[in-house]
Design a protein around this ligand. Structure first.
Ligand SMILES: C[S@@+](CC[C@H](N)C(=O)[O-])C[C@H]1O[C@@H](n2cnc3c(N)ncnc32)[C@H](O)[C@@H]1O
Length: 298
């Protein structure tokens, strides 16, 4: 449970809460770039599912796996009704009439409580403690969900056997035509170039630390709890999906692969895994902050 301890540490730092801008979990790059790239890719797919469920006289049912404090809910709630450009955020795809329910599950009670306090609507938007590597909770009346959502590298918490089982469980439960949004840490991100390898089988995970939450001056004196996260590339993902498909007797079709922030990941800033990384994240964060030039004041 190294990951559990690391998340507790991050929550206690106060920088895992929003909003932050230049630093922290919800910095400007995440809010104005990474989440919008995700939104850009998933909007057209979800649009079809929402329209289909509307024809059947109901709204969308969402299960957010590893929801934390509900950032995924916020991202989904801001999705535009159709994809015009990635700047376009109105009107919303998910409105009271098009959303049946959102259930966010996570292991961390503090984050769940925060999500509940910010977004909770009893019977509609709920947060519960559950382990997505075990039995999945069901939707209204024992139904499955239409969208199985993950954000911000959450599936990197699973090893391959756990991921395969999760996909088998989803396939057994999901409503016909359901969508899975799967989010991992990319293996070939420049921020950890030192970990790039041809021996993928031998090095599936990295020892991850959330040192990016602290300003540079504070990082040196901190002891961070590390935890293993699975680095993924397209062939590795494909292999697990094929295995899950064989076991589940359901058709699992990949709709698209996309990359969010290959040159501007959070650890570009810390140089923790690549001494040659240029601290571009802070520079980009500054661009979005009023009153900051690119060569910023501290
Ligand atoms: C990288 S964070 C992402 C949080 C949130 N989805 C976001 O977009 O910011 C991963 C989350 O997954 C949760 N988590 C990790 N393993 C889990 C498991 N087996 N079951 C449920 N939640 C888990 C962690 O507690 C953490 O909140």
């Amino acid at each position: 449970m190294e990951a559990g301890a690391a998340y507790q540490e991050a929550v206690a730092s106060g920088r895992y809460a929003r909003p932050t801008g230049l630093l922290g979990k919800d910095d400007n790059v995440r809010v104005y770039w990474e989440d919008r790239v995700t939104a850009y890719f998933i909007t057209p797919v979800l649009e079809e599912v929402v329209a289909d469920r509307k024809r059947r006289g109901r709204g969308l049912r969402i299960l957010d796996l590893g929801c934390g404090s509900g950032d995924g809910y916020e991202l989904l709630a801001r999705l535009p009704a159709s994809r015009v450009s990635w700047e376009d955020c109105r009107p919303a795809l998910l409105r009271p009439g098009t959303l049946d329910c959102y259930l966010g599950i996570d292991l961390n009670e503090e984050l769940l409580a925060e999500g509940r306090a910010t977004y909770g609507i009893p019977g509609k938007v709920e947060f519960a403690r559950a382990n997505f590597c075990e039995v999945l909770p069901s939707g209204p009346g024992g139904s499955g969900f239409d969208l199985y959502f993950t954000s911000y590298g959450t599936l990197s918490h699973c090893n391959d056997a756990e991921l395969e089982q999760l996909l088998v469980n989803v396939a057994a439960q999901a409503s016909p035509g359901a969508i899975v949004v799967a989010d991992w840490l990319g293996r070939y991100s420049y921020e950890w170039q030192s970990l790039w390898t041809h021996e993928v089988e031998k090095v599936p995970t990295m020892d991850y630390v959330m040192s990016y939450l602290d300003p540079e001056a504070e990082r040196e004196n901190q002891q961070y709890t590390s935890f293993p996260l699975r680095l993924m590339s397209r062939p590795e993902v494909t292999r697990v999906i094929e295995q899950a498909e064989k076991r589940s007797h359901a058709r699992l079709r990949v709709l698209s692969f996309f990359d969010r922030s290959v040159f501007i990941g959070r650890h570009m800033e810390t140089r923790q895994y690549n001494p040659y990384a240029v601290p571009l994240r802070r520079a980009a964060n500054c661009c979005w902050n009023r009153g900051y030039g690119l060569i910023s004041r501290p």
